[in-house]
Design a protein around this ligand. Structure first.
Ligand code: F6P
Length: 318
């Protein structure tokens, strides 16, 4: 049997741990494994390399992805995907394992619907894939955001300032929500939890009167211009305010043990599935169990039960 492997979309800490687990598990079962470079682009450009045990040495603790990644708009075109399938077939590959987020899974689902077997391992700091409690990389990024907000609290408290902190997350608020709860943020704004500017400004007026020395407002990217928002807060509430955009540092760094172990479990399980001839599936973790489920479930509307429960906590414990 032969499998191919690629990483695609935004990189996430723990992708290398997943690559290592896929390669080593495949070799354990005497399955040939080929790495594809720079995501779907490498698949179309026919950039494959046969992997051995040593090709994945010393990468477990490394951030980023040794295979490189890309975002490829043209992969939405059927004829482009057909070239990718031809390249895979020419090399007699039986199954393609992809490691990435929502966009990566859509590409894999499309290939599967065109008749080429694919399996997806979720890796994204956004935690934006349905059907799995967590994607690889989320906990490391969360750790980075929490460390940064703790630092911001030191300086904003010294200066008696409020701080607006913008996290990544694209259209998902998990990074902002979990980081806000972990740092005792006064306000958390995410795509799932609409902004109430007036409420925030009025609350900050009371915080100021009560002599509070700082306030943290965590917000997911793409909702508003955080620099304008910080100025508006300062003007209307009288609480001095600064904005910080955390940016791409959130995607880097050595994966935390939780992500390394998750990547190891998911990578090995993906190979077991490929060996059994399963296809068109995503790998996930649910209540600590590793599971597989059809790609379609990964694109479903989110079940907001847990998100709501976490948001309800904010006024109680902040
Ligand atoms: O999907 C991961 C992510 O880091 C998002 O949080 C962010 O919106 C996006 O990627 C940034 O993408 P790019 O690297 O293409 O600028």
């Amino acid at each position: 049997m032969r499998i191919a492997l690629l990483t695609s979309g935004g990189d996430a800490p723990g992708m290398n741990a997943a690559i290592r687990a896929v390669v080593r598990t495949a070799l354990y079962y005497e399955i040939e494994v080929y790495a594809v470079y720079d995501g779907y682009r490498g698949l179309v450009k026919n950039e494959f390399r046969k992997m051995d045990k040593k090709s994945v040495s010393e990468i477990l603790s490394k951030g980023g992805t040794i295979l490189g990644t890309s975002r490829m708009e043209s992969f939405l075109l059927k004829e482009v995907r057909q070239t990718a399938i031809n390249n895979l077939k020419e090399r007699k590959i039986d199954c393609l394992i992809v490691i990435g987020g929502e966009g990566t899974f859509k590409g894999a689902n499309d290939l599967n619907e065109m008749g080429f077997p694919t399996i997806g391992i979720p890796a994204s700091i956004d935690n934006d894939i349905e059907g799995t409690d967590y994607s690889i990389g989320f906990h490391t990024a969360l750790n980075t955001v929490v460390e940064d907000i703790d630092k911001l609290k030191d300086t904003s408290s010294s200066h008696q300032r409020a701080s607006v902190v913008e996290t990544m997350g694209r259209y998902r608020g998990d990074l902002a929500l979990y980081a806000g709860l972990s740092t005792g943020a006064e306000f958390i704004i995410t795509p799932e939890h609409p902004l109430n500017k007036d409420f925030i400004i009025e609350s900050l007026k009371s915080h100021k009167k009560a002599g509070r020395r700082n306030a943290i407002i965590v917000i997911t990217e793409k909702i508003l211009n955080v620099y304008d928002f910080a100025n508006e807060i300062a003007e209307k509430s009288g609480f001095a305010c600064r904005a910080t955009v955390l940016g791409y540092v959130q995607r880097g760094g050595s994966p935390v043990p939780q992500d390394r172990i998750l990547a190891g479990r998911m990578g090995a399980y993906a190979v077991e599935c490929a060996k059994e001839g399963k296809k068109g599936i995503a790998i996930g973790v649910r209540h600590e169990d590793i599971v597989d489920y059809p790609f379609a479930e990964a694109f479903q509307e989110r079940n907001f039960k847990k998100t709501k429960e976490l948001f309800d906590l904010v006024p109680k414990i902040s």
